[in-house]
Write a protein that binds this ligand. Structure first.
Ligand SMILES: Cc1cc2nc3c(=O)[nH]c(=O)nc-3n(C[C@H](O)[C@H](O)[C@H](O)COP(=O)(O)OP(=O)(O)OC[C@H]3O[C@@H](n4cnc5c(N)ncnc54)[C@H](O)[C@@H]3O)c2cc1C
Length: 422
């Protein structure tokens, strides 16, 4: 089957959904650049346009058909199935906002958020894999890349190369600008030395948006963003972390020893890397919010199904008011989190200032995901505590939401600063 959505609406993107006759997962291929900002006054935030609805349904079908059968094994072995990487490229999920002229779908930021949510509903590791590519790496290049960088790297990132975003180091997490990685100007290139830690997609990535200080005397005003390729001399990937959650997502060290990076690979201006990182992470945060509401949705769906089947005292446990209230609590928190994430994403697409809303969305949705998945574990009883059932994984996966792309305290700090005006 090949389904083509060809909207006449000038502000809608077009995309194609293809599935083979064996009933395997569909192929979602978006094409045609369009901003796709369609939210109109009077329309509920969670009401999707026809195209958004179809896109979401297609990603869900892929997640159910291709991801779900692999989730347990990938989690157990802490390894991403390479077949999925190729599928994500083939389906057009790795360049959602990338303009069509560079091989992407030219869709909205909100569309990328929908993809991350749907993937995370089944596996948050695949959710963050697609999230980092779209909301951090592609986003930084689209926003800060010059014409040559865009025409060289964006097509690669949309079609074959995984990207990663390398800011954190062993000694600099929340205090990211205290980084020790140094870039020394050598005329036509920089020599970069130092180590990065905790880099998502580190094992799979070929292209890294990486931050180093090119002028330490200037403090954070020396921080510069670079596009670094894995094949560059002096670049290597170090230890991979063995994690509590999102285990299939690789998290690695990066080691740069006299890594030679051509000057044309400076992303944005020298000394303006701090701005690149702050502004990219403001947007990326909404992606983490989407990952969290995906996890929460997965946990709630599982709990709804299980409590309808599990019998105690001669009836399904969802017939007890105590259980019903827990389900109602979970659904309410998920609804609130979704509204916050969708609102921040739509604000971003509309060019509004979304920084406070993005921080609030990440803070709240990570808390909601942790609470909802924890309640799901409890509603499964003993079965919730073992790996034969999906809910313990949702709970483990939810924990990262309070840590990466700015801890919860850092979100509170941002929100407070914007409230108080300092
Ligand atoms: C699985 C995983 C994937 C990651 N992926 C990436 C990636 O792709 N790229 C990347 O660059 N980084 C990545 N990170 C790093 C992540 O962003 C950092 O771990 C995070 O920013 C926190 O930094 P830290 O670990 O150094 O903790 P710290 O900054 O040491 O914080 C420790 C605790 O102190 C609190 N704290 C610190 N300072 C303050 C303060 N001023 N006020 C109040 N509380 C404070 C924090 O809130 C936290 O609770 C990843 C991390 C993990 C675990």
């Amino acid at each position: 089957m090949m389904l083509e959505v060809q909207s006449n609406h000038p502000e809608r993107f077009q995309f194609k959904v293809r599935a083979d006759h064996r009933g395997s997962a569909p192929e979602v291929k978006m094409s045609q650049i369009q901003p796709a900002v369609e939210q109109q006054s009077g329309v509920p935030l969670t009401t999707l346009s026809e195209d958004e609805e179809m896109f979401r349904a297609s990603v869900r079908q892929f997640a159910e058909g291709e991801l779900r059968p692999r989730v347990e094994e990938m989690d157990e072995h802490g390894k991403f199935d390479p077949k999925l990487i190729q599928q994500c490229f083939d389906l057009g999920l790795m360049g959602i906002e990338t303009p069509e002229e560079f091989g992407g779908a030219g869709a909205s930021f909100f569309t990328a958020i929908l993809a991350v949510e749907e993937l995370s509903r089944v596996d948050a590791s695949v959710g963050v894999f697609v999230d980092v590519q779209n909301t951090l790496v592609n986003n930084a290049l689209i926003r800060w890349g010059d014409a040559e960088q865009k025409s060289k790297y964006l097509p690669q990132l949309a079609s074959e190369y995984v990207g990663a975003y390398a800011l954190s180091e062993a000694g600099s997490g929340s205090d990211a600008f205290a980084m020790q990685m140094r870039a020394v100007d050598q005329g036509d290139h920089y020599l970069i030395n130092g180590q990065k830690l905790w880099i998502t997609n580190g094992n799979e990535a070929e292209i890294f948006v990486l931050f180093a200080n090119a002028n330490p005397e200037a403090g954070y005003r020396g921080i510069t963003a670079f596009i670094v390729e894995k094949r560059f001399d002096g670049f290597s990937v170090g230890k991979k972390e063995n994690k509590l959650g999102i285990r299939a997502s690789s998290t690695t060290e990066l080691i740069l020893e006299d890594c030679r990076v051509p000057k044309e690979n400076v992303l944005g201006e020298v000394g303006k890397g701090y701005k690149v990182s702050i502004e990219t992470l403001n947007e990326g945060r909404i992606g983490i919010g989407a990952q969290m509401i995906g996890i929460a949705r997965g946990a709630l769906d599982a709990a709804l199904a299980y409590t309808g089947e599990r019998q105690q005292f001669g009836k399904p446990i969802n017939q007890f008011q105590g259980v019903q209230f827990q389900l109602a609590e979970m659904a309410t928190q998920l609804e609130a989190a979704r509204l916050m994430v969708y609102n921040a994403a739509r604000m971003k697409d509309l060019g509004m200032n979304f920084v406070k809303e993005a921080a609030m969305a990440k803070l709240y949705s990570s808390r909601a995901a942790e609470k909802i998945s924890s309640l799901a574990v409890e509603l499964y009883g003993g079965y919730g505590f073992v790996k034969d059932y999906p809910v313990e994984k949702f709970w483990r996966d939810s924990k990262i939401g309070a840590i990466y792309e700015g801890t919860s305290n850092m979100q509170l700090q941002t929100i407070a600063k914007l409230l108080i005006g300092k």
